[in-house]
Design a binder for this molecule. Structure first.
Ligand code: FEO
Length: 400
């Protein structure tokens, strides 16, 4: 039910997007939410963030159930991306064009560029700036590049609530609203979100967590702009973020492949068996059946990526190019890499896959394994042994 009261005078007035299945390349198979927050204090009424533009009407209805929207004194824009700012022009039109919008310095640039030509009363808040609302006080924490240049957090001092924009979110829509209404599965959604949105900025996440710790802020609740709100010991999600940001790897191997006439798949199966025989965890992932964003989630804590492709028109199979391009942008670190594939005559795919692994900075185990046309029993034995070598390399690396 929205609006959702999260504390006395504080509401989530955002909306649930049950049906979205693709969020710029990320499979949102459980939908998502665009959370936005209304604080009704003695002197000021504040709206923190808005929602995606098509949900504006529903959003305004949520606000109307609490207060006449024209009573909103100010809007805080933690992040200019359109899933949180798309409704802003319409909201301003309804509540008063002159309503001040507070944002970061980069937020000023981003909002101006997004709503080119629209006059918005933008006000830059510096880190540490405080806004008095009556009984309560807002302050701001710059979180540049988490995950856009303009991103910031808003902290509500007296209630110990951190409005964290995209950070600590999950693409997850359900009738539940708080972490204590969910099982441990919630962390899988948070992990997927981190792997697909925040991973390139992992070093910044580490620094941010250190800086939050040094501020010694009481944290009763962390309210991200997507998914479930963290109110039962919010430290749990901070701890997970610390671990994900360090990119800690396990003895785990991803074998990601596509196949043309099942030869590369036969190789993949034997490599999986070989690696598994060494005792490491192995996940076979056909890119025909696994979404790129789920592959990234599994890769995040894996020690090694093994990629298999047949040679097609002197190149890599296009399905693998898709995933590798996506993966490159997310900058996973500290991985071992290896390549394999079946070929008919020219057989360039393995060499090209090696180049991809090198470009991503993966430590390549060797020059890869190729099989001419259909692997015979000898070739399959070579694949099994290849898998054993990968498993051993993973164990050796983990022992370093
Ligand atoms: Fe949920 Fe970066 O927007």
């Amino acid at each position: 039910m929205r609006p959702l009261k999260i504390a006395e005078g504080i509401y989530d007035v955002g909306v649930k997007d049950w049906n979205i299945r693709d969020f710029h390349g990320y499979s949102t198979y459980m939908g998502t939410t665009y959370n936005a927050f209304l604080i009704v204090d003695d002197d000021k009424v504040v709206l923190i963030d808005t929602v995606k533009e098509p949900f504006t009407h529903q959003f305004m209805e949520n606000i109307r159930k609490i207060i006449d929207p024209q009573k909103i004194d100010m809007i805080i824009s933690n992040h200019a991306e359109m899933d949180h700012s798309g409704a802003l022009p319409r909201v301003l039109h309804l509540i008063g064009e002159e309503t001040p919008v507070y944002c970061s310095k980069m937020g000023e640039k981003a909002l101006s560029a997004h709503f080119n030509g629209k006059k918005i009363n933008l006000n830059v808040v510096k880190p540490g700036t405080e806004l008095k609302l009556g009984k309560r006080t807002l302050s701001f924490i710059e979180t540049r590049m988490l995950h856009w240049p303009d991103s910031m957090f808003t902290y509500l001092k007296e209630d110990g609530i951190l409005f964290s924009s995209d950070a600590f979110g999950q693409h997850y829509a359900s009738h539940e609203n708080f972490d204590d209404e969910m099982g441990e599965g919630l962390f899988e959604h948070a992990k997927k979100y981190f792997a697909n949105i925040l991973l390139p900025f992992a070093p910044r996440v580490e620094k941010l967590l250190e800086s939050i710790e040094s501020m010694d802020l009481p944290l009763n609740m962390i309210c991200p702009d997507h998914g479930i709100l963290w109110r039962k010991n919010p430290e749990r999600i901070l701890d997970r973020y610390a671990s994900w940001a360090r990119q800690e790897n396990r003895e785990k191997v991803i074998v990601m492949y596509d196949t043309m006439w099942n030869s590369t798949e036969k190789m993949a199966r034997k490599i999986v068996d070989g690696a598994r025989s060494t005792g490491v965890e192995v996940i076979p992932m056909s890119v025909r059946n696994w979404h790129r964003s789920d592959i990234m989630t599994e890769l995040m804590d894996a020690r090694a990526l093994v990629v298999g492709s047949p040679t097609l028109n002197n190149g890599i199979f296009p399905t693998l190019c898709d995933v590798l391009c996506y993966m490159k942008g997310l900058k996973p670190k500290g991985k071992l890499g290896a390549a394999f594939g079946s070929y008919g005559w020219s057989g360039e795919a393995v060499k090209l896959l090696n180049n991809e692994l090198d470009t991503m900075g993966f430590e390549r185990i060797d020059d890869g394994l190729r099989t001419l046309y259909v692997p015979d029993s000898e070739a399959l034995k070579a694949c099994f042994d290849y898998g054993v070598g990968i498993g051993e390399a993973v164990k050796a690396k983990s022992a370093e």
